[in-house]
Design a protein around this ligand. Sequence first.
Ligand code: GDP
Length: 322
Amino acid sequence: MPSKIFALEGQRVWVAGHRGMAGSAFVRRLAQENCQVLTVPREIVDLRNQSQVDAWLAEMKPDVVLMAAGKVGGIVANNTLRAEFMYDNLAMTSNVIHGAYEHGVKKLIYLGSTCIYPRLAPQPMPEDCLLSGALEPTNEPYAIAKIAGIKMVEAYRTQYGCDFVSLMPTNLYGPGDNYHPAHAHVFAALLKRFHDATIDAAEEVVVWGTGTPRREFLHVDDLADACLFVLEHYSGPQYFNVGTGSDLSIAELAALIAEVTGYKGRIRFDHSKPDGTPRKLVDVTRLRALGWTHRVDLKDGVELAYRSFTQTSAAARNDRAR
Ligand code: GDP
Protein backbone atom coordinates (compact mmCIF):
# COMPACT_ATOMS: atom_id res chain seq x y z
CA MET A 1 0.00 0.00 0.00
CA PRO A 2 1.56 3.35 -1.02
CA SER A 3 1.65 6.10 1.58
CA LYS A 4 -0.96 8.86 1.59
CA ILE A 5 0.00 12.06 -0.14
CA PHE A 6 -3.22 13.89 0.65
CA ALA A 7 -5.34 13.55 3.80
CA LEU A 8 -9.10 13.96 3.69
CA GLU A 9 -9.21 14.78 7.36
CA GLY A 10 -10.67 18.22 8.03
CA GLN A 11 -11.29 18.95 4.31
CA ARG A 12 -14.45 20.42 2.89
CA VAL A 13 -15.57 17.97 0.19
CA TRP A 14 -18.24 18.90 -2.36
CA VAL A 15 -19.97 15.90 -3.92
CA ALA A 16 -21.46 17.27 -7.15
CA GLY A 17 -24.35 15.03 -8.20
CA HIS A 18 -24.99 13.62 -4.70
CA ARG A 19 -28.43 12.26 -5.59
CA GLY A 20 -27.15 9.99 -8.35
CA MET A 21 -25.97 6.42 -7.85
CA ALA A 22 -22.24 7.32 -7.78
CA GLY A 23 -22.67 10.57 -5.85
CA SER A 24 -24.80 8.97 -3.15
CA ALA A 25 -22.22 6.18 -2.78
CA PHE A 26 -19.55 8.89 -2.30
CA VAL A 27 -21.63 10.52 0.43
CA ARG A 28 -22.07 7.13 2.20
CA ARG A 29 -18.34 6.41 1.94
CA LEU A 30 -17.30 9.90 3.11
CA ALA A 31 -19.44 9.47 6.23
CA GLN A 32 -16.66 7.12 7.44
CA GLU A 33 -14.05 9.89 7.09
CA ASN A 34 -13.38 12.83 9.31
CA CYS A 35 -14.26 15.47 6.73
CA GLN A 36 -17.09 17.86 5.97
CA VAL A 37 -19.38 16.83 3.12
CA LEU A 38 -21.05 19.56 1.07
CA THR A 39 -24.03 18.93 -1.21
CA VAL A 40 -26.58 21.11 -2.96
CA PRO A 41 -29.80 20.07 -4.71
CA ARG A 42 -30.27 20.92 -8.37
CA GLU A 43 -33.30 23.08 -7.55
CA ILE A 44 -30.84 25.47 -5.84
CA VAL A 45 -27.78 25.11 -8.08
CA ASP A 46 -28.30 23.95 -11.66
CA LEU A 47 -24.84 22.76 -12.63
CA ARG A 48 -25.54 23.71 -16.25
CA ASN A 49 -25.65 27.33 -15.13
CA GLN A 50 -22.18 28.81 -14.79
CA SER A 51 -23.11 31.77 -12.56
CA GLN A 52 -24.99 29.51 -10.11
CA VAL A 53 -22.00 27.16 -9.91
CA ASP A 54 -19.65 30.11 -9.39
CA ALA A 55 -21.77 31.61 -6.62
CA TRP A 56 -21.97 28.24 -4.81
CA LEU A 57 -18.20 27.71 -5.00
CA ALA A 58 -17.50 31.27 -3.83
CA GLU A 59 -19.78 30.80 -0.83
CA MET A 60 -18.88 27.22 0.19
CA LYS A 61 -15.14 27.23 -0.63
CA PRO A 62 -14.67 23.45 -0.94
CA ASP A 63 -11.13 22.04 -0.72
CA VAL A 64 -12.05 18.94 -2.71
CA VAL A 65 -14.59 18.33 -5.49
CA LEU A 66 -15.88 14.89 -6.47
CA MET A 67 -17.54 15.42 -9.83
CA ALA A 68 -20.19 12.71 -10.03
CA ALA A 69 -22.88 14.82 -11.70
CA GLY A 70 -24.03 13.98 -15.19
CA LYS A 71 -26.94 12.98 -17.32
CA VAL A 72 -26.67 9.19 -17.64
CA GLY A 73 -28.77 6.37 -18.98
CA GLY A 74 -28.84 3.06 -20.80
CA ILE A 75 -28.39 2.32 -24.47
CA VAL A 76 -31.83 3.55 -25.59
CA ALA A 77 -31.78 6.77 -23.52
CA ASN A 78 -28.27 7.52 -24.84
CA ASN A 79 -29.35 6.89 -28.40
CA THR A 80 -32.58 8.89 -28.33
CA LEU A 81 -31.79 11.86 -26.03
CA ARG A 82 -28.61 12.60 -27.99
CA ALA A 83 -28.72 16.39 -27.73
CA GLU A 84 -29.55 16.40 -24.01
CA PHE A 85 -26.78 13.92 -23.22
CA MET A 86 -24.31 16.10 -25.03
CA TYR A 87 -25.37 19.56 -23.80
CA ASP A 88 -26.08 18.68 -20.15
CA ASN A 89 -22.84 16.77 -19.71
CA LEU A 90 -20.66 19.33 -21.50
CA ALA A 91 -22.18 22.22 -19.56
CA MET A 92 -21.97 20.57 -16.11
CA THR A 93 -18.43 19.37 -16.72
CA SER A 94 -17.07 22.64 -17.94
CA ASN A 95 -18.77 24.71 -15.21
CA VAL A 96 -17.58 22.49 -12.37
CA ILE A 97 -14.00 22.03 -13.64
CA HIS A 98 -13.49 25.68 -14.55
CA GLY A 99 -15.15 26.81 -11.30
CA ALA A 100 -12.91 24.50 -9.27
CA TYR A 101 -9.88 26.09 -10.90
CA GLU A 102 -11.12 29.65 -10.35
CA HIS A 103 -11.96 29.02 -6.69
CA GLY A 104 -8.68 27.33 -5.80
CA VAL A 105 -9.97 23.79 -5.21
CA LYS A 106 -7.01 21.68 -4.03
CA LYS A 107 -8.11 18.40 -5.52
CA LEU A 108 -10.80 17.27 -7.97
CA ILE A 109 -11.80 13.81 -9.14
CA TYR A 110 -13.70 13.67 -12.43
CA LEU A 111 -15.76 10.63 -13.37
CA GLY A 112 -15.59 9.61 -17.00
CA SER A 113 -16.95 6.36 -18.37
CA THR A 114 -15.56 3.41 -20.27
CA CYS A 115 -17.75 4.22 -23.29
CA ILE A 116 -15.12 6.86 -24.14
CA TYR A 117 -12.98 4.10 -25.64
CA PRO A 118 -13.29 3.09 -29.31
CA ARG A 119 -16.06 0.62 -30.17
CA LEU A 120 -13.54 -1.94 -31.35
CA ALA A 121 -10.83 -1.23 -28.76
CA PRO A 122 -8.46 -4.05 -27.75
CA GLN A 123 -9.90 -6.06 -24.83
CA PRO A 124 -9.29 -5.53 -21.98
CA MET A 125 -9.18 -1.83 -22.85
CA PRO A 126 -6.08 0.01 -21.62
CA GLU A 127 -6.31 3.71 -20.76
CA ASP A 128 -4.01 4.50 -23.69
CA CYS A 129 -6.54 3.38 -26.34
CA LEU A 130 -8.47 6.64 -25.86
CA LEU A 131 -9.00 8.41 -29.21
CA SER A 132 -7.45 5.59 -31.21
CA GLY A 133 -10.60 4.71 -33.20
CA ALA A 134 -14.29 5.38 -33.90
CA LEU A 135 -16.75 5.42 -30.98
CA GLU A 136 -19.86 3.28 -30.52
CA PRO A 137 -22.55 5.28 -32.38
CA THR A 138 -25.37 4.66 -29.85
CA ASN A 139 -23.58 6.63 -27.12
CA GLU A 140 -21.29 8.89 -29.11
CA PRO A 141 -22.70 12.23 -27.79
CA TYR A 142 -22.27 11.11 -24.15
CA ALA A 143 -18.79 9.74 -24.87
CA ILE A 144 -17.69 12.96 -26.61
CA ALA A 145 -18.85 15.01 -23.60
CA LYS A 146 -16.97 12.69 -21.22
CA ILE A 147 -13.82 12.83 -23.39
CA ALA A 148 -14.06 16.65 -23.27
CA GLY A 149 -14.06 16.40 -19.45
CA ILE A 150 -10.97 14.18 -19.38
CA LYS A 151 -9.18 16.53 -21.75
CA MET A 152 -10.18 19.53 -19.59
CA VAL A 153 -8.75 17.82 -16.51
CA GLU A 154 -5.54 17.22 -18.48
CA ALA A 155 -5.40 20.79 -19.81
CA TYR A 156 -6.06 22.44 -16.41
CA ARG A 157 -3.22 20.40 -14.92
CA THR A 158 -0.84 21.28 -17.76
CA GLN A 159 -1.65 24.97 -18.03
CA TYR A 160 -2.62 25.89 -14.44
CA GLY A 161 -1.09 23.09 -12.34
CA CYS A 162 -4.51 22.01 -10.95
CA ASP A 163 -4.40 18.70 -9.07
CA PHE A 164 -7.34 17.18 -10.96
CA VAL A 165 -7.53 13.44 -11.83
CA SER A 166 -10.01 11.44 -13.95
CA LEU A 167 -11.41 7.96 -13.28
CA MET A 168 -13.17 5.75 -15.84
CA PRO A 169 -15.64 3.50 -14.04
CA THR A 170 -16.96 0.48 -15.90
CA ASN A 171 -20.74 -0.30 -15.84
CA LEU A 172 -21.94 0.45 -12.31
CA TYR A 173 -24.71 -1.09 -10.24
CA GLY A 174 -25.95 -0.90 -6.65
CA PRO A 175 -28.13 1.21 -4.37
CA GLY A 176 -29.63 4.33 -5.90
CA ASP A 177 -29.70 2.94 -9.45
CA ASN A 178 -32.32 4.08 -11.96
CA TYR A 179 -34.90 1.33 -12.63
CA HIS A 180 -36.79 3.07 -15.43
CA PRO A 181 -37.92 0.36 -17.90
CA ALA A 182 -36.68 2.21 -21.01
CA HIS A 183 -33.93 4.49 -19.70
CA ALA A 184 -32.13 2.25 -17.20
CA HIS A 185 -28.83 0.50 -17.80
CA VAL A 186 -29.00 -3.23 -18.31
CA PHE A 187 -28.27 -4.31 -14.71
CA ALA A 188 -31.05 -2.26 -13.09
CA ALA A 189 -33.49 -2.87 -15.95
CA LEU A 190 -33.09 -6.64 -15.64
CA LEU A 191 -33.16 -6.64 -11.83
CA LYS A 192 -36.54 -4.91 -11.89
CA ARG A 193 -37.92 -6.92 -14.82
CA PHE A 194 -36.98 -10.29 -13.27
CA HIS A 195 -38.27 -9.16 -9.87
CA ASP A 196 -41.64 -8.12 -11.36
CA ALA A 197 -41.84 -11.36 -13.37
CA THR A 198 -41.19 -13.42 -10.23
CA ILE A 199 -43.92 -11.59 -8.28
CA ASP A 200 -46.38 -11.93 -11.17
CA ALA A 201 -45.33 -15.57 -11.89
CA ALA A 202 -44.82 -14.49 -15.53
CA GLU A 203 -43.86 -17.17 -18.06
CA GLU A 204 -41.47 -15.03 -20.04
CA VAL A 205 -38.96 -12.22 -19.53
CA VAL A 206 -37.68 -10.24 -22.49
CA VAL A 207 -33.99 -9.29 -22.59
CA TRP A 208 -32.89 -6.79 -25.24
CA GLY A 209 -30.50 -7.68 -28.05
CA THR A 210 -28.91 -11.04 -28.76
CA GLY A 211 -27.52 -11.70 -25.27
CA THR A 212 -24.01 -12.10 -26.69
CA PRO A 213 -22.45 -8.69 -25.88
CA ARG A 214 -20.08 -8.88 -22.95
CA ARG A 215 -20.01 -6.35 -20.11
CA GLU A 216 -18.13 -5.82 -16.85
CA PHE A 217 -19.99 -4.65 -13.71
CA LEU A 218 -18.65 -2.82 -10.67
CA HIS A 219 -20.51 -2.29 -7.40
CA VAL A 220 -20.84 1.44 -6.82
CA ASP A 221 -19.44 1.16 -3.26
CA ASP A 222 -16.23 -0.16 -4.83
CA LEU A 223 -16.13 2.91 -7.07
CA ALA A 224 -16.49 5.21 -4.03
CA ASP A 225 -13.65 3.37 -2.33
CA ALA A 226 -11.44 3.61 -5.44
CA CYS A 227 -12.20 7.30 -5.73
CA LEU A 228 -11.05 8.09 -2.17
CA PHE A 229 -8.03 5.84 -2.67
CA VAL A 230 -6.91 7.78 -5.76
CA LEU A 231 -7.67 11.08 -4.04
CA GLU A 232 -5.36 10.25 -1.15
CA HIS A 233 -2.65 8.32 -2.97
CA TYR A 234 -2.16 9.88 -6.37
CA SER A 235 -1.30 13.23 -7.85
CA GLY A 236 -0.28 13.25 -11.50
CA PRO A 237 -1.34 13.33 -15.13
CA GLN A 238 -2.57 9.73 -15.48
CA TYR A 239 -6.19 8.67 -15.49
CA PHE A 240 -7.40 5.31 -14.22
CA ASN A 241 -9.87 2.66 -15.33
CA VAL A 242 -11.93 1.36 -12.41
CA GLY A 243 -13.32 -2.13 -12.87
CA THR A 244 -13.08 -5.71 -11.73
CA GLY A 245 -11.09 -7.05 -14.69
CA SER A 246 -13.70 -9.72 -15.57
CA ASP A 247 -16.82 -9.70 -17.71
CA LEU A 248 -19.75 -11.91 -18.69
CA SER A 249 -22.30 -12.04 -21.50
CA ILE A 250 -25.69 -10.33 -21.16
CA ALA A 251 -27.25 -13.83 -21.35
CA GLU A 252 -25.10 -14.93 -18.39
CA LEU A 253 -26.01 -11.78 -16.47
CA ALA A 254 -29.72 -12.45 -17.13
CA ALA A 255 -29.32 -16.03 -15.85
CA LEU A 256 -27.57 -14.78 -12.68
CA ILE A 257 -30.25 -12.17 -12.00
CA ALA A 258 -32.97 -14.76 -12.65
CA GLU A 259 -31.34 -17.04 -10.07
CA VAL A 260 -31.04 -14.32 -7.40
CA THR A 261 -34.61 -13.06 -7.91
CA GLY A 262 -35.98 -16.62 -7.95
CA TYR A 263 -37.40 -16.40 -11.50
CA LYS A 264 -38.13 -19.80 -13.05
CA GLY A 265 -39.73 -18.91 -16.41
CA ARG A 266 -38.41 -18.50 -19.95
CA ILE A 267 -35.96 -15.84 -21.15
CA ARG A 268 -36.49 -14.42 -24.66
CA PHE A 269 -33.96 -12.24 -26.49
CA ASP A 270 -35.46 -9.35 -28.47
CA HIS A 271 -33.20 -8.99 -31.51
CA SER A 272 -34.94 -5.79 -32.59
CA LYS A 273 -33.21 -3.90 -29.73
CA PRO A 274 -29.59 -2.74 -30.15
CA ASP A 275 -26.65 -4.74 -28.82
CA GLY A 276 -24.26 -1.80 -28.61
CA THR A 277 -20.53 -2.44 -28.27
CA PRO A 278 -19.72 -6.17 -28.60
CA ARG A 279 -17.46 -6.17 -25.55
CA LYS A 280 -16.52 -3.68 -22.85
CA LEU A 281 -13.92 -4.84 -20.35
CA VAL A 282 -11.34 -2.50 -18.87
CA ASP A 283 -7.69 -3.15 -18.23
CA VAL A 284 -7.28 -2.52 -14.50
CA THR A 285 -3.49 -2.95 -14.38
CA ARG A 286 -2.78 0.74 -13.75
CA LEU A 287 -5.01 1.08 -10.68
CA ARG A 288 -3.92 -2.30 -9.29
CA ALA A 289 -0.30 -1.14 -9.60
CA LEU A 290 -1.21 1.89 -7.49
CA GLY A 291 -2.55 -0.52 -4.84
CA TRP A 292 -6.35 -0.69 -5.27
CA THR A 293 -8.50 -3.76 -6.09
CA HIS A 294 -12.29 -4.18 -6.00
CA ARG A 295 -13.87 -6.10 -3.09
CA VAL A 296 -17.42 -7.01 -4.14
CA ASP A 297 -17.63 -9.93 -6.58
CA LEU A 298 -20.57 -10.04 -8.96
CA LYS A 299 -22.60 -12.86 -7.35
CA ASP A 300 -22.48 -11.14 -3.94
CA GLY A 301 -23.06 -7.81 -5.63
CA VAL A 302 -26.27 -8.98 -7.35
CA GLU A 303 -27.55 -10.19 -3.97
CA LEU A 304 -26.63 -6.90 -2.27
CA ALA A 305 -28.21 -4.87 -5.07
CA TYR A 306 -31.37 -6.98 -5.00
CA ARG A 307 -31.69 -6.54 -1.23
CA SER A 308 -31.34 -2.79 -1.55
CA PHE A 309 -33.84 -2.75 -4.45
CA THR A 310 -36.50 -4.67 -2.49
CA GLN A 311 -35.97 -2.53 0.63
CA THR A 312 -36.29 0.68 -1.39
CA SER A 313 -39.42 -0.56 -3.20
CA ALA A 314 -40.97 -1.61 0.14
CA ALA A 315 -40.16 1.82 1.62
CA ALA A 316 -41.69 3.54 -1.42
CA ARG A 317 -44.88 1.44 -1.07
CA ASN A 318 -45.11 2.34 2.64
CA ASP A 319 -44.67 6.04 1.82
CA ARG A 320 -47.48 5.87 -0.74
CA ALA A 321 -49.73 4.07 1.75
CA ARG A 322 -49.25 6.80 4.41
P1 GDP B 1 -24.02 -0.08 -22.71
O1 GDP B 1 -23.21 -0.93 -21.78
O2 GDP B 1 -23.50 1.31 -22.84
O3 GDP B 1 -24.22 -0.74 -24.04
O4 GDP B 1 -25.46 0.17 -22.07
P2 GDP B 1 -26.59 -0.74 -21.40
O5 GDP B 1 -26.24 -1.03 -19.99
O6 GDP B 1 -27.87 -0.01 -21.61
O7 GDP B 1 -26.71 -2.07 -22.28
C1 GDP B 1 -25.81 -3.13 -22.24
C2 GDP B 1 -26.29 -4.32 -23.06
O8 GDP B 1 -27.40 -4.92 -22.39
C3 GDP B 1 -26.75 -4.07 -24.50
O9 GDP B 1 -26.25 -5.12 -25.30
C4 GDP B 1 -28.28 -4.18 -24.39
O10 GDP B 1 -28.88 -4.59 -25.59
C5 GDP B 1 -28.42 -5.25 -23.32
N1 GDP B 1 -29.72 -5.25 -22.63
C6 GDP B 1 -30.50 -6.35 -22.46
N2 GDP B 1 -31.65 -6.03 -21.86
C7 GDP B 1 -31.58 -4.71 -21.57
C8 GDP B 1 -32.49 -3.80 -20.93
O11 GDP B 1 -33.56 -4.14 -20.50
N3 GDP B 1 -32.06 -2.52 -20.80
C9 GDP B 1 -30.84 -2.10 -21.27
N4 GDP B 1 -30.49 -0.81 -21.08
N5 GDP B 1 -29.99 -2.93 -21.91
C10 GDP B 1 -30.35 -4.21 -22.06
